[in-house]
Design a binder for this molecule. Structure first.
Ligand code: SF4
Length: 278
């Protein structure tokens, strides 16, 4: 399927099931959004939303944040991931916002990126959500989902961002970012994608590859070996590692060289497909 057709189908299908493609972080102004996005690095939005009400009451603006030490911030964010680092960055953030930006949040991706603790993704999220600037931030969900569907073929976050921005019109970037995040969070999960109930099941490249994997074999005998070769019908305890045409390491049968090995305990195929988890 042509990428542009797949892109249109993907967003149409996701719009039909995701009625409110917006951030799940709770905030009331750009300052709160910036702090919440920074706290959400490698942490869930739900966890961040538990700590921000008290944090924003105690430190309601950049000025309040600039007057405190790391130790004073730490108790408010103790339950998010990497609290020490994040507390240290928040204290510096208050100073920089007061000294360089007069207590306001800068509105361009380039300026936000220069703030303490801010990377490109954070800057794109804040610029897009708070100020309506077209951006397509790529987080772990966007990276995984867009690769799985086949919208992009990117090994790095930067590659995926460039390809997504080329594929969709600017007017759809911000909405698309949220559609892909929410789809990844609730349906196309990293460990256990819900393909059978997914609205993209008929056009998803990953699902098509999954469907082509050999079916589970029943009645195998684990006492004869950890693996069973479906081609030569021999059991073995170790396979020979080979790299397939997609660069993935596969196990091959030491007797006949076939990659059609099955785990004898489960009967499931030992063949792998690229998963795009980061
Ligand atoms: S079909 Fe499966 S892999 Fe593809 S987008 Fe849906 S949940 Fe993800």
């Amino acid at each position: 399927m042509e990428k542009s057709i797949l892109a249109a189908k993907t967003f149409a299908a996701l719009r039909s099931v995701i009625k409110a493609p917006v951030t799940e972080l709770q905030y009331t102004n750009p300052y709160e959004l910036l702090v919440a996005v920074l706290l959400s690095a490698q942490c869930t939005d739900a966890r961040v939303n538990l700590v921000t009400p008290a944090l924003f009451t105690r430190f309601p603006d950049p000025h309040a944040l600039s007057c405190v030490t790391t130790a004073e911030i730490l108790p408010y964010i103790q339950s998010v991931t990497f609290p020490n680092n994040k507390a240290a960055h928040r204290a510096k953030l208050g100073h920089v916002l007061m000294e360089k930006h007069g207590g306001s949040i800068p509105q361009s991706v380039e300026e936000i990126e220069k703030l303490p603790g801010c990377g490109h993704k954070t800057a794109e999220v804040v610029a897009s959500v708070a100020f309506g600037i077209p951006a397509f931030p790529v987080d772990t969900h966007v990276f995984r989902v867009s690769n799985r569907i086949g919208l992009v073929s990117g090994k790095t976050v930067k590659e995926v961002e460039v390809q997504l921005k080329a594929l969709f019109p600017k007017s759809e970037w911000s909405e698309g970012h949220h559609l892909l995040i929410l789809h990844g969070r609730y349906t196309c999960k990293a460990q256990n994608p819900q393909c059978t109930s997914c609205v993209l099941a008929t056009c998803c490249a990953y699902k098509a590859q999954m469907d082509m994997l050999p079916a589970t074999v029943v009645g195998l005998k684990p006492r004869l070996g950890a693996y069973y070769c479906a081609d030569c019908h021999q059991y073995c305890n170790q396979f020979i590692a080979i790299t397939d045409e997609n660069g993935l390491e596969q196990g091959s049968c030491p007797q006949c060289g076939s990659v059609h090995l099955h785990h004898t305990k489960t009967g499931k195929t030992a063949m792998k497909i690229r998963d795009f988890r980061v």
